[in-house]
Design a binder for this molecule. Structure first.
Ligand SMILES: [Zn+2]
Length: 432
């Protein structure tokens, strides 16, 4: 299959490195006026001006999208699709532990099969409607159900309008965007399988995903065709034993996968690790922590560094509590940070110091988080929140949602910009 798409402009981001630092984030985005993207099967064959295309002897059929701007499809770096049935069912606005307690109470009993399936399908359609082409999804409990929902190819026309209008770019003359061919709006995933808890390794696991026995039990049942898109990671510093954190981090390094974990998400986490006290510590003390547990006596980020968890292939999620010393550590280790401002605001866990992080060279990317804490899974809404929270430029936000997200998930060769050889994964944006 070979075809071409013509648009008033094509924002390619071609040839760019991941954007670290404010000047790289804010640099003008390369635009091809009256551009054509030629697609062969699922990949981009060429991106060129329309006059060049018109002179081709081998020109494929052309779909003229009209007065719109094409851009790379969006990368949602942090989501929890398996918690989609908890939409509007958790406590919000009262801080992390009340939210967590409401989530734990709800997850004690798994949802009915039909309810779980319907919520997953609906969530996946939200992702597609917001032009998300890849999602970094934590799916430790029911990875097969999540994979099945992601394979559902039906579009979601009902939500498409809302998703399009929530993009943060601000020119009024962009008309309704036409539907993209299915090839250009395919949704793929990195399946993060999270280790959790302080128990011993599971000695019976023989799966290549075992990660020293610390992978969640569901990993052992995953079929081989999903192995290449999985990463065995760990939940967080407060919920997961150091042995599991180190083992999963080593597994990711050995297998060339991104290592992702929740870092410095709330003040209670800091009190928990630094002083072994506080609301989160009380919540975990009799549920998860072993009797002989002792606080490491460090803030989250220095503790993560001491455990050897930080590096260019590490994706730290949230980071709302990071101070100047933490930013220095994350920058020095060239860590990527996933911002989830709407989830943080809804739970009430604070605002990440994103502008300082950008200045320190930390690679910023975006995630919606799951429907257990986010209002929806629309990347346009997340991008608008990034604009409203920190005042980043449209150019910076577009890079966070595309190029930087692809790099953070180790997918730069396939996604993040529009250039020959990459996947034909597209979005529409208004002009910049
Ligand atoms: Zn999360």
């Amino acid at each position: 299959m070979r075809f071409a798409l013509r648009a008033r402009s094509v924002l390619t981001l071609a040839g760019e490195s991941p954007a670290r630092g404010l000047s790289a984030l804010n640099a003008p985005v390369r635009q091809l006026t009256d551009g054509v993207v030629i697609v062969r099967n699922t990949d981009i064959e060429a991106v060129e001006p329309y006059p060049s295309f018109a002179r081709r002897k081998d020109a494929p059929p052309l779909l003229d999208l009209g007065n719109v701007s094409l851009a790379p499809g969006f990368i949602n770096c942090h989501c929890h699709l398996e918690l989609s049935h908890l939409e509007d069912k958790t406590v919000s606005g009262r801080g992390f532990v009340p939210w967590l307690a409401s989530l734990v109470a709800r997850t004690r009993r798994p949802p009915a099969h039909d309810e779980a399936r319907a919520s997953l399908i609906s969530a996946v359609r939200q992702l597609r409607a917001g032009h998300t082409v890849h999602v970094g999804d934590v799916g430790s409990r029911v990875p097969m159900a999540v994979a099945a929902a992601l394979a559902d190819n039906n579009p979601a026309p009902a939500r498409e309008k809302a998703a399009r209008e929530s993009l943060p770019f601000n020119l009024p003359d962009c008309p309704s965007s036409p539907a993209l061919p299915p090839t250009c709006s395919a949704l793929t995933a990195t399946h993060f399988l999270e280790a959790f808890g302080f128990g011993p390794p599971l000695s019976c696991q023989t799966s290549p995903l075992s990660a020293g026995g610390y992978a969640p039990a569901a990993a052992a049942s995953l079929p081989p065709h999903l192995h290449s898109s999985c990463a065995v990671v760990a939940h967080s510093l407060y919920s997961t034993c150091p042995e599991a954190l180190r083992a999963t981090r080593a597994w990711c390094r050995d297998n060339g996968r991104p290592f992702s974990f929740h870092l410095a998400e709330c003040l209670e986490e800091t009190l928990f690790l630094r002083e072994g006290r506080g609301e989160l510590h009380r919540f975990f003390a009799y549920r998860v922590l072993p009797g002989n547990w002792q606080a490491p006596g460090l803030d989250p980020t220095p503790f993560a560094e001491r455990l050897g968890l930080l590096g260019p292939d590490t994706l730290a999620v949230h980071c709302t509590q990071c101070d100047a010393k933490d930013i220095d550590i994350l920058g020095k280790n060239r860590v990527s940070c996933c911002l989830c401002p709407r989830s943080n605001a809804r739970i009430g866990t604070g605002i990440a110091p994103a502008r300082h992080m950008a200045k320190a060279g930390i690679l910023l990317c975006l995630g919606t988080d799951g429907l257990s804490s986010a209002p929806d899974l629309d990347m346009g809404g997340e991008m608008r929140a990034v604009r409203d929270t920190w005042g980043f430029s449209p150019q910076a936000i577009l890079r966070m949602a595309t190029l930087n997200g692809a790099h953070a998930l180790g997918l730069s060769r396939m996604l993040g910009s529009l250039e020959p050889g990459k996947r034909a994964a597209l979005s529409f944006v208004k002009d910049m």
